[in-house]
Design a protein around this ligand. Structure first.
Ligand code: FA5
Length: 340
């Protein structure tokens, strides 16, 4: 083989290899080009090297020299391409897995108590400081505790089926008529039935009425009942306790006013309003426990007297936080609930 032909073959191979390595865009393409040119068994460089045997003896030194130079060119082109491809992949990897350690961490979402539950805890705390302990009663009640013992006779409009959630029971005898309690005053009776005076309790829980939901009414809501029975408990004590309670929970600038009212189980009775801007909103009913109620639980109305109150817990919480619609509490919108 003529020396010129051999050298030409080597030069062509070198420039083919350089072009292929430069064009390789990723590790796979580069590896394919490496096998094609530098492959140990059937690479083109190897194949050309084998042709050295056919070159004239006198031309061998020149051919060998060019072969070495070609090897170096091809190797250098491969290494340059290898570095370029590796650097590119590094950038791709790091841009998809980039971690900025100066950013604040991702906080796990923690739940918290519902605003009404939080309010209940706070009300218990305030009333506890005034000497009231917590009593509990069932949400499913009988007519005795929801009505009769509270001096609400059978013909009273408060017992109307349209005003209450009566429960359908298997045996429809008058003794087992059950309903969802419409007021926490039921707990007054349950406590007095079991405990002799003096009594100073509160009871907080759900009550149910078929009221149409609006900004200040909901068919299920929470009440805080209060009852203080002892010798010489007066209306002045009632007003003092309610005022102390209201200013403790709502702040010194809240005004409380009492309007004469009527409840079958208290005499005299009042309704209590709290100021809200230039308006008043009713937050509860109250009064001196009716002697008939004291007698119904076996107390002697000549010996002891008492006051009772029943407050709407949602309304208190609304006033405290400036919430203008009671329905917000029960929509389960986390944007609302997150704020408490
Ligand atoms: C009563 O429930 C009486 N048991 C209160 C009472 C207890 C009087 C002890 C005397 C002695 P009334 O129906 O007014 O009263 O309800 C009391 C409070 O519950 C209201 O002032 C109001 O704050 C709240 N309330 C009444 N209905 C609803 C309702 N549908 N949604 C939200 N809050 C209500």
């Amino acid at each position: 083989m003529a020396l010129g032909d051999f050298l030409q073959q080597l030069d062509g191979l070198a420039s083919d290899a350089e072009a292929a390595f430069t064009a390789a865009a990723d590790t796979e393409q580069l590896e394919a080009a490496r096998v094609e040119f530098l492959g140990a068994k059937s690479g083109r460089l190897k194949a050309t090297q084998k042709q050295m045997g056919a070159v004239d003896k006198t031309d061998k030194p020149a051919a060998g020299k060019r072969l070495n130079e070609t090897k170096q060119r091809v190797d250098a082109a491969f290494q340059a391409a290898q570095q370029r491809v590796a650097a590119g992949e590094q950038v791709r990897r790091s841009s998809s897995q980039f971690v900025d350690t100066s950013l604040p961490g991702v906080r796990p979402e923690l739940g918290h108590l519902h605003p009404i539950t939080q309010t209940i805890e706070e009300l218990k705390d305030i009333m506890g400081r005034l000497g009231f302990s917590v009593a509990d009663g069932p949400e499913i009640e009988d007519e005795r505790h929801n009505f009769e013992a509270l001096n609400i006779p059978l013909a009273h409009p408060a017992r109307d089926p349209l005003e209450n959630f009566y429960l359908a029971t298997a045996e429809k005898t008058s003794a087992d008529v059950l309903l969802l309690r419409s007021q926490t005053s039921t707990v007054q009776i349950r406590v007095m039935e079991q405990t002799p005076p003096p009594i100073r309790i509160i009871s907080l829980g759900r009550v149910y009425r078929p009221d149409t939901a609006d900004a200040t009414h909901y068919p299920m809501f929470f009440q805080m009942e209060g009852l203080w029975v002892d010798k010489h408990v007066t209306m002045a004590d009632l007003k003092t306790v309610l005022r102390l309670f209201a200013t403790s929970y709502l702040g010194r600038d809240v005004h409380v006013r009492f309007r004469p009212s009527f409840f079958p189980f208290t005499e005299p009775s009042v309704e209590a309003d709290m100021s809200w801007g230039d308006k008043w909103i009713e937050f509860g009913g109250a009064g001196m426990v009716d002697p008939n109620v004291l007698s119904a639980v076996g107390y002697d109305p000549e010996e002891v007297s008492g006051f009772a109150f029943g407050l709407g817990i949602e309304r208190l919480c609304m006033r405290r936080h400036g919430i203008t619609d009671i329905r917000e509490f029960y929509r389960n919108d986390v944007r609302f609930l997150h704020q408490f």
